[in-house]
Design a protein around this ligand. Structure first.
Ligand SMILES: Cc1cc2nc3c(=O)[nH]c(=O)nc-3n(C[C@H](O)[C@H](O)[C@H](O)COP(=O)(O)OP(=O)(O)OC[C@H]3O[C@@H](n4cnc5c(N)ncnc54)[C@H](O)[C@@H]3O)c2cc1C
Length: 193
């Protein structure tokens, strides 16, 4: 969790170590060998796995890339508070945008940010339709649960727009946070869809 700062990153790395899970940052997978459950990395190193949950290379959908909205990065540049693109009155939210942060990494692509950005843009569009100034601003605040197993989760969150570095904290894993995560998930699945 590099963007959350060295302390939160160290906490998460420690959780992995405590469970005997090796961590291989900055490694590119070259080959997956299902028969032996082995990953070969481009630098010649390898690692074994029990369960592979692999996230493929992340990029904007073709319809977005071909819309003329994306820049050289392949993502859409926006005003970080209003989510307006370089085209007045055209907004972009969620994973298709890239919002650079002062520390050199972009705002993480996460549902919590897509949600906050959506609310900001929706409210400002409503205001515009009603002839009022759109005064909502997305503030870069985000939070998440980190499931650690054993019926526990850690709850973290903070101000990702804080400068020079995001101010993010991660609480000690607890059953209470795990229950909070389950309720949060249920509220989305049952009430918001
Ligand atoms: C493994 C994994 C774990 C994650 N865990 C978390 C987490 O714990 N917390 C968190 O906050 N975030 C998490 N995220 C990130 C979160 O899922 C994304 O940031 C969020 O879904 C982005 O929302 P979005 O609406 O921008 O994009 P998406 O959810 O990707 O929605 C885009 C939609 O557009 C559709 N689409 C694409 N092309 C077209 C087209 N041509 N026509 C019509 N529709 C199209 C796609 O099918 C998709 O449904 C996780 C992501 C992954 C992959």
């Amino acid at each position: 969790m590099g963007v959350a700062g060295p302390e939160v990153s160290a906490d998460v790395t420690q959780m992995l170590e405590q469970r005997g899970i090796p961590y291989h940052p900055e490694h590119q997978i070259n080959v997956v060998v299902p028969a032996t459950r082995r990953l070969n990395f481009t630098d010649g190193a390898s690692a074994d796995f029990d369960l592979l949950a692999y996230v493929p290379p992340h990029r904007a959908p073709r319809v977005v890339r071909e819309s003329g909205l994306t820049g050289e990065s392949g993502w859409i540049a926006v005003d970080r508070h209003t989510l307006e693109t370089r085209f007045p009155g055209v907004y972009a939210i969620g994973d298709v945008v890239s919002i650079p942060l002062r520390l050199g990494k972009p705002l993480p692509k996460a549902g919590v940010f897509a949600h906050g950005e959506a609310k900001t843009v929706a409210r400002n569009i409503v205001a515009a339709v009603a002839g009022r100034p759109g005064e909502n601003r997305f503030n870069g605040y985000g939070e998440c649960f980190v499931e650690v197993g054993g019926g526990k989760a850690a709850f973290g969150g903070g101000d990702f727009y804080a400068e020079p570095n995001p101010v993010v904290t991660l609480r000690t894993p607890s059953r209470r946070s795990h229950v909070g995560k389950v309720l949060f998930e249920k509220s989305w699945l049952h009430f918001k869809l």
